[in-house]
Ligand binder design. Structure first.
Ligand code: THU
Length: 160
């Protein structure tokens, strides 16, 4: 028997250390939090996706009284991007969030849920292209080279 170790590089920096294009993407994700519909969690999330054309698409979480139909900001955004820019791969995604209790952006990186990771993996597989991930916190940002890095041993259509 052998043990396999998974090593995932995470770049850690302050927001102002990022390249301008990444800062611009984060600004769009932060702005998108204003459109969140979060009457149940009171947690406002914004996501912004930069396409390989340079276009940026942004979205937010949209909740539902029945809870399970709720959509995270990441899936709202990725599905809108896929439907409105068919055939265009995603280059990068930025995510930002704040709570109504204090109204300030989280100071640590916001991390996408497992369902969103699995959904976003589909885009990487579809276009054979990694999506750069920017998890925003006002004090610290995590930068990952792909969604696959966020979901080791993921399931893909290649197994079907
Ligand atoms: N949420 C997101 O939109 N993205 C995340 O990365 C984490 C969670 C939303 C779902 C729900 O509307 C609220 O935040 C609380 O979980």
């Amino acid at each position: 028997m052998e043990t396999h170790h998974v090593t995932i590089p995470i770049q850690v920096c302050t927001p102002d250390e990022l390249p301008e294009a990444d800062q611009a993407l984060i600004a769009r994700a932060k702005a998108a939090t204003q459109t969140a519909y979060a009457p149940y969690s009171h947690f406002h999330v914004g996501a912004a996706i930069r396409l390989t054309t340079g276009d940026i698409v942004a979205g937010s979480n949209q909740e539902n009284a029945a809870f399970s139909p709720s959509l995270c900001a990441e899936r709202t955004t990725m599905n809108w991007a896929a439907a409105n820019y068919p055939g265009i791969p995603f280059e990068a995604i930025a995510i930002a969030a704040w709570r109504e209790s204090d109204g300030a952006f989280l100071d640590h990186p916001i991390s996408p849920c497992g369902v969103c990771r699995q959904s976003l993996i589909e885009s990487e597989q579809r276009y054979h292209r990694p999506i750069r991930v920017l998890l925003y916190g006002s004090k610290q940002v995590f930068v990952l080279r792909s969604i696959a890095d966020l979901l080791p041993l993921h399931f893909t259509g290649e197994d079907l």
